[in-house]
Design a protein around this ligand. Sequence first.
Ligand SMILES: Nc1ncnc2c1ncn2[C@@H]1O[C@H](COP(=O)(O)OP(=O)(O)OP(=O)(O)O)[C@@H](O)[C@H]1O
Ligand SMILES: [Mg+2]
Length: 336
Amino acid sequence: MDRQQEQPLIGEAPVFLEILERVSRVAQLNRPVLIIGERGTGKELIAARIHYLSPRWDRPFVKLNCAALAESLLETELFGHEAGSFTGATRRRLGRFELANEGSLFLDELANTSDRVQEKVLRVIEYGELERVGGNDTIRTDVRIIGATNEDLPALAEQGRFRADLLDRLAFDVITLPPLRERQEDILPLAEHFAVKMSGELGLELFAGFSESARDLLLEYAWPGNVRELKNVVERAVYTSLGEDDPISEINFDPFDSPWRPGNAPEAAEISLTDRSPQEPYGFKEYIQEMEIELLQAALQRCRFNQKKTAEFLGMTYHQLRGYLRKYELTDSEED
Ligand SMILES: Nc1ncnc2c1ncn2[C@@H]1O[C@H](COP(=O)(O)OP(=O)(O)OP(=O)(O)O)[C@@H](O)[C@H]1O
Ligand SMILES: [Mg+2]
């Protein structure tokens, strides 16, 4: 059995629970489904869930990433080819549609397919018929298609970059996965889940949990890479805290973060005196202040508004930094 079947879907946000309910319902139907969502939102896991909850669960679940292959290769992958259909095709090869017969075919990154491939896919959906590349026989298959994309397919169809008739057929039901930042309730349960799993993989007896500040950091972050990014960040945090018994307090969102990263040195503010007319004098003091503010803001942002780290980063003491922040009114709270 596919390992993916065992992968749990974690989440308790109302929007996520609603999606799971829809997934159970749509799984029963013998119709195409389209899963839409930002990268890393769990489209592939949801596709697997649909297959394994469907009456086809004990038949093949075949996957293909359409963006990974050039057009002609994609065509032979999907529809197969006959022996001698092109140089090097010494034997007949079955395509994914035939391999997925009676099961489901997961077409990932479907937006990136050519018109020709889209037309052939439409024909399989409509009539269950296809021809292998280089072949004349019509082959019948019975495949349920589960498509996924992170693109706006209706917009692409409107621009003529995706077949509207195929979109109509695929969109019998559309499941749109919300990004992680829209389901905050899921962040900590997911983080806990990945941390426990990683601890197990590292042979640790137990996972000591996250400190309150670490939990706040996880909750505040916007997660542009969604669940996949969360998984990576949490696994790294568990690994980094190896050998400590305390709850995890260090969260590093960016493994490339380093003052020595090439091209990452804080740049001096650009001096654009040339595009100022001589009638518009530029005071030395004003300029220095502007540069200081810019630098402080950039450093704060880089250190995620952690003032201790920002001071360290700028090579000054915490009190010096506080002094500057007060001088330029860059503190957002009025503590101390
Ligand atoms: N609800 C969830 N519970 C547990 N793990 C999850 C959940 N959602 C996503 N994941 C995990 O996050 C990672 C990304 O998920 P997946 O590959 O399904 O996303 P995707 O939407 O297909 O991403 P992409 O658009 O980049 O292909 C995987 O490791 C997956 O196991
Ligand atoms: Mg995917």
